[in-house]
Design a protein around this ligand. Structure first.
Ligand code: PLP
Length: 402
């Protein structure tokens, strides 16, 4: 049968977190107990005052299309929040709202890339970046931030990757999946390179900004080098900081002509994000921020717990992540071991061994472009962390002994 699907789409992979969720759900249906560490979302409810603002929006008839770049009320709240957090005052025409940060990034790439334009992405990367670049007809150029450098990109690697076709550098701090947080000094080294290459723009994905644990606050490249404001798109959103993944609100702030083009892309695809969710997002940004601080405190305790438990398991090692809510654990020590289904040759084999033998669901490092690692999300209760680590300790100890 002839396929209607175009060549561009045939290169695109479905998200591995979504794929993992299907396997986990299936195993649970079969009665298996699974400790699920694949989730990329806070497990707590949306704070009550935010949910109430959504309910009030429905009751008050706030249920119509909005402007494609978002309501004025929400954009003002975003401008105030960005001024407080990263010290840049954006105008109303420099901010646009979308159905999640993901839609914002996709719109930016669609609005800016010519076929074959290059986008530099640092592995381990958030799985969606290369695929979104391909969807936008661009070419992902993958560089590596090795574990020995805290999974971060350095200036020499960036400099070497830039060509006349480079359109964007995507930076993500705090990072999914490594938890790396770039210090102002580390960013300075990168912004110095970028100052020498005025054709390269920066897409700074700051969706995990409040989630930092080691006393080093999140820094944005536009804070470090204000000259780059004119070619940086700052991306953020409500999903992680306010436990609002299903509400679907994200935003971008940057130069007005890019923002206008992104709004056009979104106006011709979704028209606008949900009016109800926008009202809730405005309440989140304007309201009491203590729920954010409390959530970060909870995540810090979970991080400490999972890292100490993982490092006590033979064959697994992981550095303390400084931010986000993921651990990128090194599983080199398990490669080559013989499991019940044969030799563990890759980190995908390791992740399947964890799932089958310990009922522990993780995502393989290959999905993030850097092996041999697996990603554990600690956006789950301490009980689930303890139970899963108990089972993993038993299964891996047997593997090492065998
Ligand atoms: C690094 C990163 N950026 C962006 C997103 C997208 O978030 P959303 O579309 O829910 O705002 C995610 C979600 O997992 C992420 O991890």
């Amino acid at each position: 049968m002839n396929s209607i699907v175009n060549a561009r789409l045939k290169q695109i992979k479905p998200s591995p977190s979504m794929a993992a969720k299907i396997v986990v759900d299936e195993l649970r249906r079969q009665g298996r107990e699974i400790a699920d560490y694949t989730l990329g979302e806070p497990d707590m409810p949306t704070p009550a005052h935010i949910a109430r603002a959504g309910q009030e929006a429905i009751a008050g008839g706030d249920i119509r299309y909005t402007s494609p770049n978002g309501t004025v009320g929400l954009r003002k709240a975003i401008a105030n929040s960005l001024e407080q957090t990263i010290g840049v005052r954006y105008g109303m025409d420099q901010i646009t709202v979308g159905a999640g940060a993901k839609q914002i990034i996709a719109a930016a790439l669609t609005a800016s890339l010519e076929p074959g334009d290059e986008v530099i992405v640092c592995a381990p990367y958030w799985v969606s970046y290369p695929d979104m670049v391909l969807l936008g007809e661009g070419k992902p150029v993958v560089v590596t931030g090795p574990e020995s450098q805290g999974f971060k990109l350095d200036a020499a690697t960036l400099e070497a990757a830039i060509t006349p076709r480079t359109r964007w550098l995507i930076l993500n701090s705090p990072s999914n999946p490594s938890g790396a947080v770039y210090s102002a000094t580390e960013l300075r080294a990168l912004t110095d390179v970028l100052l020498r290459h005025p054709h390269v723009w920066i897409l700074s994905d700051e969706i995990y900004a409040p989630f930092t644990y080691s006393g080093q606050a999140h820094a944005s490249p536009v804070q470090v080098e204000p000259k780059l404001v004119e070619r940086t798109l700052v991306v953020n959103g409500m999903s992680k900081s306010y436990a609002m993944t299903g509400w679907r609100v994200g935003y971008g702030a940057g130069p007005a002509d890019l923002i206008k083009a992104m709004s056009t892309v979104m106006s011709q695809s979704t028209s606008c994000p949900s009016a109800i969710s926008q009202a809730a997002a405005q309440a989140a940004l304007e309201g009491d921020q203590s729920s954010v601080t409390e959530m970060v405190e909870i995540f810090k305790k979970r991080r400490d717990l999972i890292v100490s438990r993982l490092n006590a398991i033979p064959g697994i090692s992981c550095a303390m992540p400084d931010g986000a809510f993921y651990v990128y654990a090194n599983v080199q020590g398990l490669i080559g071991k013989k499991g019940p289904d044969g030799e563990l040759k890759t980190d995908l084999d390791v992740s399947l061994f964890f799932l089958r033998e310990a009922g522990v669901a993780v995502i393989d490092g290959g999905s993030y472009g850097l092996s041999p690692y697996v990603r554990f999300s600690f956006a789950t209760s301490t009980e689930v962390i303890e139970q899963g680590m108990d089972r993993l300790t038993v299964a891996v100890s047997a593997l090492m002994a065998g």
